[in-house]
Design a protein around this ligand. Structure first.
Ligand SMILES: NC(=O)c1ccc[n+]([C@@H]2O[C@H](COP(=O)([O-])OP(=O)(O)OC[C@H]3O[C@@H](n4cnc5c(N)ncnc54)[C@H](O)[C@@H]3O)[C@@H](O)[C@H]2O)c1
Length: 361
């Protein structure tokens, strides 16, 4: 398979995709870009990359013909503009989550992808983490029968995140930054979520630390097919011990069994009438966590860029694609509206307000 040339924009979290690509036989890192020159120098030294490949100019990175795919790891509110610019330069795009933090530029992103005829994949990393990938593959065997309901949550003590300049501005919302993980997991199984209802609040810790928007969430979703699901998250306070709760989990309950994918301890547990099994993927610890601790995502990113490369080679669409990504953003915008207006909100109405209702049947 032909190797792909990767240009990375945003080198803080971008560190993980650089690591993923450097260890992949399917990718070559050919350009790096960040406004922060010092960080650029550090990343080149860390990965043994020629400093001439680093630039502070996104235009210069886009003008480089060796860059076939741009990986976007800038702050959330910049993803739309950076995605459009990369597409207009004829590049494929892998954009980290949240794909967008509102729908104001979604039509422009969609049109840019269609006009450029380039692929856009959203880097929903959790799908590519071993316990969740195994849960999906297992679900697809039919072992759990008819899916009844899903519970997905992501709780994290992310008080450290507020040191970042943009985290305490109006532009940053945990509803998109954090909940995009469990929301994406639910939509993976129930793509036709049509209505949402929920509550959010800004915790005392969040207020004290200067966070502008809510950091505590509980939501209920209803799908067009009548299934229901639950999504929750908290981001400014301690979490329970990992031995007791993984803090990022996805639980599927079906007619023949139930299963739970857990982030921490790389655990996957499932039960049917005849069997009760706990599987772990701790042997893959070194693949997933490369920079110390369990908070970096290099292995997930390597898995998703390899998925992207294989799709490009066989002509299939790497998922989640631009349309799926935009409908997930519409769902998050419906969640936000439900909290503001204290009522259930339909995803279709949110899409229609932005001229995007053609994205759902
Ligand atoms: N699991 C995951 O998929 C995951 C995990 C962590 C972060 N993220 C996402 O990664 C993105 C970045 O998060 P972060 O924690 O690295 O933020 P950060 O603020 O630490 O880093 C952003 C970087 O982008 C650079 N930058 C900003 N504007 C730029 C521009 N116009 N041109 C070039 N460089 C520019 C900044 O200098 C900075 O180095 C966010 O969208 C976040 O949600 C995803």
């Amino acid at each position: 398979m032909k190797t792909l040339g990767l240009g990375v924009l945003g080198l803080s979290e971008g560190r993980s995709i650089i690591s993923g690509a450097r260890q992949s036989a399917l990718w070559n890192v050919v350009a790096l870009c960040d406004l922060n020159e010092q960080l650029g120098r550090e990343r080149c030294a860390e990965f043994g990359i020629d400093p001439a490949m680093f630039t502070t100019s996104f235009d210069r990175l886009l003008a480089n013909p060796a860059v076939e795919v741009v990986g976007i790891y800038t702050p959330d509110h910049l993803h739309a503009a950076h995605t459009i610019k990369a597409l207009q330069a004829g590049k494929h795009v892998i954009c980290t989550k949240p794909f967008l933090d509102n729908l104001s530029q979604a039509r422009a992103v969609l049109d840019a992808a269609r006009t450029a005829d380039r692929r856009v994949m959203v880097g929903q990393s959790t799908r590519f983490f071993a316990p969740f990938a195994r849960q999906r593959e297992h679900f697809e065997t039919g072992a759990f029968g008819e899916l009844n309901t899903i519970e997905a949550y992501y709780n994290a003590d992310h008080r450290w995140f507020l040191a970042k300049g943009w985290a305490k501005t109006d532009a940053f919302k945990w509803l998109y930054g954090g909940l995009s993980h469990p929301v994406d997991l639910v939509r993976w199984y129930l793509p036709d979520i049509e209505e949402v209802s929920g509550y959010s609040r800004l915790s005392e810790n969040g207020k004290k630390l200067g966070l502008v928007h809510a950091d505590t969430f509980h939501f209920i979703f209803k799908s067009a097919g009548g299934k229901i699901a639950r999504v929750s998250g908290t981001y400014s306070s301690p979490v329970t011990p990992n031995q007791r709760d993984s803090n990022m989990s996805c639980i599927l309950r079906g007619s023949l069994g139930a299963s739970q994918g857990d982030y921490y301890e790389l655990r996957y547990a499932w039960k049917t009438d005849n069997q009760s099994v706990v599987e772990t993927f701790e042997d893959q610890d070194a693949h997933f966590f490369r920079f110390g601790g369990h908070s970096h995502h290099a292995g997930e990113y390597q898995n998703y860029i390899e998925h992207f490369a294989r799709c490009l080679a066989d002509g299939s669409v790497p998922k989640p694609d631009v349309a799926e990504g935009i409908v997930t953003v519409a769902l998050m915008q419906a969640m936000e509206q439900s909290c503001l207006e204290n009522r259930p909100v339909k995803v279709r109405d949110v899409l229609a307000r932005h001229g995007l209702d053609d994205l759902i049947a």
